[in-house]
Ligand binder design. Structure first.
Ligand code: ZN
Length: 136
């Protein structure tokens, strides 16, 4: 079972998609298993975070220190892009996570939300694939 969701995000925008993933798991008909959450594209990422206003600012601020926008990225010479920092940030965080579920509920911590992040240098529609992985 597979589903695609689209989330429009600003530069460094973070969206909580936990509810969408929960709904998908609830409707899959399986009692237990895992759900793959995968961002399509090399300038977006998937992770978990406590989704609250402070961390929504802290996370991009720290990522900016790790891969600053203004650095001289070789990637810019390849395509004439300006988003070398975006690709590096997305590669560090990674494009996917797998979340286990039992009794139709995601086994997340109370303050742990599933988020998609747009690291690109422009507003983007981030495409996220959800796929159920069956447990044996
Ligand atoms: Zn690029």
């Amino acid at each position: 079972m597979i589903k695609e969701i689209v989330v429009e995000l600003d530069v460094n925008g973070i969206a909580d998609i936990t509810k969408e993933v929960e709904e998908f798991v609830k409707n899959c008909g399986l009692n237990e298993g895992a759900v793959l959450v995968f961002n399509v594209g090399s300038t977006g990422a998937i992770t978990t975070i406590e989704y609250e206003p402070g961390l929504k600012k802290d996370f991009p601020r720290i990522m900016e220190k790790i891969a600053p926008y203004g650095d001289n990225y070789e990637h810019h010479k390849t395509w004439g892009d300006d988003n070398g920092s975006s690709h590096v940030k997305a590669a560090i965080i990674g494009p996917s996570i797998v979340v286990p579920f039992r009794n139709g509920k995601l086994l997340l911590g109370t303050w742990q939300q599933i988020v998609v992040v747009n690291f690109d240098t422009k507003r983007r529609n981030r495409k996220v694939i959800l796929q159920i992985l069956k447990s044996i």
